[in-house]
Design a protein around this ligand. Structure first.
Ligand code: NAP
Length: 476
């Protein structure tokens, strides 16, 4: 497998100015497998300045039809390399290969969607009171910094880069230190497909080392960030100095609410993967399950039985459903939560241990009798752990759901249409699925409220977020 090991700058792979490298470790084997260049502040300057140059001298003024054509070519190139992208993703973060294939194909679809959106993204004509002719323009901002996490490295890189480029911006992409390879591949493949040099730059390296330089760079007009709430807060503080635009997709503690009138058997069988997929390292993980008391015991029984059937193991095997956690540090963090749950008296219905001696694996774990004040109930664990509690009353249950500082996603299971609509309005979240666990649709806005973030990825909402709205008035 041909792995990228350098920064992707100005249409080619280059060494970092410091010539420093960092090792990547395969989480399935605990062994280092490649050394990748680490950017420093000088590389940030180079990347941003040359992206600005690419914007001013070409990309900004390219005819929309040409921009669309190039992005369709990028999508085609990504489709042709789905298997390679998936193999690389699995290698560096331990994602099960079947999921990695789906996500690589999703990245291509995101480029297709925004390639089509270029010529459908419109302003308005406005019949202003004084007559004349008034219209709005959606204008690109300039250079966008896109900072992405390690849990869905390739699709999130695509769903930031594609709409930003489609709207006429240039992009400096900063992948997470643990997962730079597929972002670097994206730079390479996009360039091979005809994206001009400098339009998409990719800086591997540590966020703590180059984050501030990137976020505060005077030529950066917008920061599009996905990651933890703590770093999101810091980025917003830094961006406020120059009133830079920000969109933030942050953490979550999403509910899964099951009423007795629902097809709760289906809910119980499908819910384990709504929290354990990606080994629980998912901002939308339905990690708090609220079950109406009348069906609580049979629901838990079915949920636990379905959990015990999940295949945890080698992410390179097609049948694997849960791979390892991304790093030993991430597993240690999750195990601290489990130790707290034990101390707090939660019941372990299953899981809690390490299923394999090598690699950062952890069993999917179901906790019962978790107190509302316990950390496992309140905080994002970002590992394969779920808490299931019964509820008696809809109003109190909603109060408990909305008591979370997060508001990203969630599922609601009921066959009562009026109840579904009532709860859909009252739940404080950016995304909600009824009788389903599906949160992400390329065509629909995705994002959170409260401390889960602000702004939206995906859909036409993302295009809006990468443009400034200008009003032009022409006198008669
Ligand atoms: P993280 O630690 O916040 O890192 C996210 C990205 O920010 C990485 O590229 C990281 O680089 C970079 N970064 C770190 N310090 C920075 C700084 N001072 N300035 C600028 N960038 C900096 O989050 P993570 O651990 O990778 O991801 C897990 C979190 O992401 C979870 O909370 C999860 O819920 C959230 N998430 C949210 C969504 C959503 O759509 N709402 C989707 C996926 C994940 P380094 O890796 O080099 O530190």
């Amino acid at each position: 497998m041909n792995l990228p090991t350098q920064l992707f700058l100005d249409g080619g792979f280059r060494n970092s100015s410091s010539h420093r490298h960092a090792s990547l470790i395969n989480p399935a084997t605990d062994e280092p497998f490649v050394e990748v260049a680490v950017a420093d502040a000088a590389d940030v300057d180079t990347a941003v300045e040359s992206a600005q140059c690419a914007w001013e001298t070409g990309w900004r003024d390219l005819a929309p039809g040409k921009r669309s054509e190039i992005l369709f070519n990028v999508a085609r190139e990504l489709r042709e390399h789905v298997e390679e992208i998936a193999q690389v993703e699995t290698l560096h973060i331990g994602k099960p290969i079947s999921d990695a294939r789906d996500e690589a194909a999703l990245g291509a679809r995101v480029f297709e969607y925004y390639a089509g959106a270029v010529t459908r993204f419109c302003g308005q004509t406005i019949p202003v009171a004084r007559g004349g002719f008034d219209f709005t323009l959606r204008q690109p901002m300039g250079v966008v910094a896109a900072i992405v996490p390690w849990n869905f490295p390739f699709p999130i890189a695509c769903w930031k880069a594609a709409p930003a480029l489609a709207a006429g911006n240039c992009v400096v992409l900063k992948p997470a230190s643990l997962s730079p390879l597929t972002a670097l591949k994206l730079g390479e493949l996009a360039h091979a497909a005809g994206l001009p040099a400098g339009v998409l730059q990719v800086l591997s390296g540590s966020g703590s080392a180059i984050g501030d330089a990137l976020v505060t760079h005077p030529l950066i007009r917008k920061i599009s960030f996905t990651g933890s709430t703590a770093i999101g807060r810091r980025i917003m503080e830094l961006a406020s100095r120059d009133l830079k635009r920000v969109s933030l997709e942050l953490g979550g503690k999403s509910p899964n609410i099951v009423f007795a009138d629902a097809d709760w058997q289906r809910a119980a069988e499908t819910s384990p993967m709504s929290v354990f997929a990606n080994t629980g390292q998912d901002c939308c993980a339905r990690s708090r399950v609220f079950v109406e008391r009348g069906i609580y015991e049979p629901f838990v029984e079915k949920f636990v039985a379905a959990t015990k059937k999940l295949i945890v193991g080698d992410p390179a095997k097609a049948e694997t459903q849960l791979g390892p956690l991304v790093s030993s540090g991430q597993r240690a963090t999750v195990e601290e939560f489990l130790a707290d749950a034990r101390k707090g008296g939660s019941q372990f219905a299953c899981g809690g241990g390490r299923p394999h001696s090598k690699g950062y694996y952890l069993e999917p774990t179901v906790l019962l009798d978790v107190g509302k004040e316990d950390r496992c109930w309140r905080e994002e664990i970002f590992g394969p752990v779920v808490c299931i509690n019964p509820f008696d009353d809809e109003t109190q249950m909603l109060r408990d759901v909305n008591a979370s500082p997060y508001g990203l996603s969630g599922s609601l299971w009921t066959n009562d249409l009026r109840r579904a609509l009532r709860i859909a309005r009252r739940i404080e979240s950016g995304v909600l699925s009824v009788n389903s666990h599906s949160s992400v649709h390329v065509e629909a806005p995705f994002g959170g409220c409260k401390q889960s973030g602000l702004g939206r990825d995906l859909g036409m909402a993302a295009m809006e977020g990468y443009t400034e709205l200008k009003n032009v008035y022409v006198a008669e």
